[in-house]
Write a protein that binds this ligand. Structure first.
Ligand SMILES: [Ca+2]
Length: 260
């Protein structure tokens, strides 16, 4: 009997502590539940934790912020699940910030330093630990962040590979006096014309493609720092590339880019 109790205690100690993280429906409160007890970790309207609402706090929160992208893993491999959560004031000025939030029953809540990502990052295993993979197109890199000692640490940085285009327009070298290039993208033997303009708000390009009859093959409604024509083809038409590696493929009527 004694041996049984001891074995039970040991396995309870060794097993991961079950912690559940939850965002409320308004996306402004993050709670953790463990052992039947629910604790508020971040509460934007009520300024919890208080210190984070000071303007000079490096990870400054504000009352109107919302939280998204709750991703739960044991990021630091300590046996207790941690949360990665994004927070933003909204609007398009700045990318959302991401922090790791760790709750251990009976212990303090730990919130890491932040990093930024425009898009929801993916989580993958890197050198035996879950890491967050962030595409940073402004700097042309893929960064990986892990949680270590309560801090978000960049554990890897790789250059973003650019797909090679046979013809292209770039915001960096764009000349408004020469906004078009012609290239035979497929269909018949004639050349189509790609015409671009600067989307001032984002300092990026909006390019459309018309055929010789003036029919619109591609509407200019996708902002890309680079529009390229690739050598590869889909249904007889050259594939397009937006930015580094977002590939648009011909569907019989236009080019379709995946949601990025
Ligand atoms: Ca953990």
């Amino acid at each position: 009997m004694r041996a049984l109790i001891l074995a039970g205690l040991l396995s309870a100690t060794a097993a991961a502590v079950p912690v559940t993280y939850r965002l409320n429906a308004d996306n402004n409160r993050l709670t953790a539940t463990a052992g039947g007890q629910t604790v508020t970790l971040i509460d934007m309207p009520n300024q919890v934790p208080r210190a984070y609402f000071a303007e000079d706090h490096p990870e400054a929160f504000s009352e109107g912020m919302r939280m998204y992208d709750l991703i739960v893993r044991d990021f630091d491999n300590d046996g207790t699940p941690d949360a990665l959560v994004s927070y933003t004031q909204g609007g398009n000025c700045c990318p959302p910030s991401y922090v790791f939030v760790s709750y251990k029953p009976g212990s303090v809540v730990r919130i890491s330093n932040s990093f930024e990502s425009w898009k929801t990052p993916t989580v993958e295993v890197f050198k035996g630990k879950p890491v967050v993979k962030v595409r940073n197109e402004d700097d042309g890199v893929i960064d990986r962040y892990g949680l270590s000692g309560g801090k978000a640490v960049r554990v890897d940085r790789q250059p973003l590979a650019e797909l090679t285009a046979v013809a292209e327009m770039r915001i960096r070298s764009f000349d408004p006096n020469r906004p078009s290039l012609s290239f035979n993208v497929g269909g018949d033997a004639g050349k189509e014309i790609m015409t671009c303009q600067v989307w001032d708000r984002w300092n990026t390009l909006l390019c459309g493609i018309k055929d010789r009859q003036g029919r619109v093959l591609l509407k200019d409604n996708l902002g890309c720092d680079r529009y390229g024509i690739l050598a590869s083809k889909t249904r007889g038409y050259n594939d397009l590339v937006c930015g580094f590696d977002l590939v648009g493929r011909w569907n019989g009527q236009t080019w379709v880019f995946p949601d990025n």
